[in-house]
Design a protein around this ligand. Sequence first.
Ligand code: NAG
Ligand code: NAG
Length: 210
Amino acid sequence: MYTALLLRLLQCKSWTALCSTIILRLTEFRLPEGSESEIPFVAGGFLSLLQRSNCSQLTTLVVKSPTLGLQYTVISILKHTPSLINLTIYDAVPRSGDLDYLPIITPGFLRGLLVPDSLSLFGSSSIIVPKLRNLWLKARGDTFDEGAFVDMVLSRWLPNGLEHSVYADLEELKFVDLLVVGRRVDKDVWNRLDGVGATGLRVRLLDGLE
Ligand SMILES: *[C@@H]1O[C@H](CO)[C@@H](O)[C@H](O)[C@H]1NC(C)=O
Ligand SMILES: *[C@@H]1O[C@H](CO)[C@@H](O)[C@H](O)[C@H]1NC(C)=O
């Protein structure tokens, strides 16, 4: 269904019209689950639409599709969806005999979501998804980095709202749901999140699952 729609959109000549009719109205996008051959095509096509129309109002992105090499596409999509509020990413956890898909939730990915604590280096344009409020992640224990994760959450935690006032568009993260499959996270690192609840940021962790 997505494939046919994307093919038609990509052939379309009038981007202004497209913008007001389709992309503008699209508030939720879910990568299809299941069809492995289709996913990279759909993800790439969607990114191409976002880049060409530059008018995304997307508030929800859901990626639960095990597939190859999706990480950079997902990061690029996030760079073009400044209105995003809800983000779900479930990495595939390979079982013996499965293809080993590259995870999306790598340390580099988590650093990409980090809000730098000053404007000195890159300016506000380096913040991606400034309106992000709710985050659901399922990560593979072998490639998950709790340090990078905790840094990212703390960078989007605005206990007094003032520290980050330079970022006019930035909203505080409100809810994080994290599932780490295959090992337990380092509790010393995790405990750095003690205290975020005081301002209403809820972080839920489930780790050590198989
Ligand atoms: C996209 O739109 C924003 C503002 O709506 C503008 O600042 C930016 O330059 C545009 N980017 C491109 C590549 O057209
Ligand atoms: C984001 O997710 C929350 C919790 O599921 C939901 O209540 C809310 O409507 C969602 N917001 C948008 C803009 O989709």
